[in-house]
Design a binder for this molecule. Structure first.
Ligand code: BG6
Length: 482
């Protein structure tokens, strides 16, 4: 084990998303987004927190990127706010928006940090929601491609890594099944699968357009991959895992990698009237895009367990722990198909997320054998309570332990034949954790703010910042030092 190292050109990185860091939500011509509105609905976010100011990256990006350079990052993954480029979703380009992201890109390049751009990380121009229901209408496909190609034209010569959609499975599940994200719809299964088909088409047409424009960079989608283990060898539980994998993982990854929906899952949805309407020619487009992606993006936080769930069993709608009070998250599942009980072999975070470094290796191995694609780990990290000491230091050994074990598992995956090209810690600075406020901290850099919009917003390096710097400097060798 001690000799394992990451390859020379490995992209050590960190990630963020526009709504979670930028703030400046009304500045320089930016249009309102679905999230700007959603956070104002009472009870939707922890203590009513918003991204109005977030961690003010909009005004402090130079300081943040200088810190990234100091940490030795080789890549910075960030997202673009669609409503900064097109305040109304389409129409006239907002020059200030282009200028802002150009500045970020140039600042990264100044330090030889590869910019890795996420085209869509959940903040949708509200104008498109008002006009046609956002992702619910197929009209979004053309608007998305128009937005994406505008970015390719503006930045395509400088940016070599593109992620079309961040966690399509999450923004659609929380948006249309559990009402926890915008548009806040509950159990709207038919629309959920239709929305996903539109998102698949938007992704696919964007990938094809990128190649047609002659770009040779790397492009793919980032999937929130929660790999599963059967509870035990009881065949009924083994089958619940097979069902879970088809419905919760392969439903998306098979589209990105092969341009097809898993057959059994499709039959299950057709039998219940939930299958999406697919237009003539769609499957060919999905297939063509699949042959043109460069990697599978993986956001990995946890694994899960699958057990048979009786017909009168738990639903997908159980409470999510958004307070950090351990044990307040409910077991969820689909009646008659599967449920996800706790893994008794593993510990959990304060937000009840299972901590499982081997799960990261499992993702890589599964992707390698099922899809044979290079892998970008576009997010991995620990959300935790952090405390700033009197002398301003922040000691986060729990985060170091988490990242270290996950990176070791990744080094093993590489050693076992997986082609992993990048690893991005979520996140570089502390930021808004959508539903969990600012107290659930992920950063290598602490930001002085809380739920109340008070605080200096000053940045402080956590112990994990110095640790990651050493890991990068040693090309991963430091992971194996005792
Ligand atoms: C991913 C998202 O789901 O996980 C991020 O891409 C998010 O935007 C991260 O912040 C952690 O989730 P949470 O809910 O703890 O903020």
């Amino acid at each position: 084990m001690k000799n394992l190292k990451m390859p020379q050109n490995f992209l050590w990185g960190a990630a963020s998303a526009s709504y979670q860091i930028e703030g400046a939500y009304l500045e320089d011509g930016k249009g309102l987004t679905n999230w700007d509105n959603f956070v104002r609905i009472e009870g939707k976010t922890f203590k009513g927190t918003t991204g109005d100011v977030a961690v003010d990256h909009y005004h402090r990006y130079k300081e943040d990127i200088a810190l990234m350079a100091e940490a030795g990052l080789k890549t910075y993954r960030f997202s673009i706010a669609w409503a900064r480029i097109f305040p109304n979703g389409r129409g006239e380009v907002n020059k200030k928006g282009i200028e802002f992201y150009n500045n970020i890109i140039d600042e990264c390049l100044k330090y030889s940090i590869e910019p890795m751009i996420t085209i869509y990380h959940w903040d949708l121009p509200q104008a498109l929601v008002d006009e046609y229901g956002g992702w619910e209408s197929r009209k979004i496909v053309d608007d998305f491609v128009n937005y994406a190609t505008t970015l390719f034209k503006a930045f395509g010569n400088k940016v070599k890594y593109w992620i079309t959609l961040n966690e399509q499975n999450i923004f659609t599940s929380l948006g249309w099944l559990t009402a926890m994200h915008p548009p806040g719809k509950f159990d709207d299964q038919k629309t959920f699968y239709q929305v996903n088909h539109h998102a698949n088409m938007a992704h696919a047409k964007t990938v094809i357009a990128y190649r047609e424009m002659g770009f040779t960079g790397m492009i793919g989608a980032s999937f929130a991959y929660t790999p599963s283990y059967a509870l035990n060898c009881d065949p009924i539980n083994a089958m619940s895992k097979v069902n879970y994998d088809d419905l919760k993982n392969f439903w998306w990854m098979d589209i990105y990698a092969y341009g097809r929906y898993p057959k059994a899952a499709m039959k299950y949805l057709q039998d219940r009237g939930f299958a999406p309407d697919i237009q003539q020619g769609d499957m060919e487009i999905l297939k063509e895009a699949a042959s043109k992606i460069s990697f599978m993006g993986v956001n990995y936080y946890q694994s899960c367990v699958c057990e048979y769930n009786p017909l009168d069993g738990v639903t997908p709608y159980g409470t999510m722990n958004t307070t950090g009070k351990k044990g307040t998250g409910a077991v969820v599942g689909i009646p008659g198909v599967y449920k996800n009980p706790a893994n008794t072999f593993l510990k959990t975070t304060d937000w009840d997320w299972t901590i499982d470094p081997s799960g990261l290796k499992y993702c890589c191995r599964e992707i390698t054998s099922r899809y044979n694609l290079p892998i970008v780990i576009s997010e991995n990290g620990l959300g935790a309570f952090d405390k700033q000491e009197e002398d301003k230091s922040i000691h986060d050994p729990y985060r170091i332990a988490y990242l270290k074990e996950h990176l070791k598992a990744l080094a093993e995956a590489l050693d076992e034949g997986c082609e992993v090209i990048s690893y991005c810690v979520w996140s570089f600075t502390d930021l808004l954790s959508w539903l969990n406020g600012y107290q659930k901290r992920y950063g290598l850099v602490y930001v002085d703010r809380d739920e109340t919009d008070s605080g200096s917003l000053d940045r402080y390096k956590k112990d994990s910042f110095f640790w990651y710097k050493k890991v990068i400097e040693s090309q991963g060798k430091a992971l194996f030092d005792e």
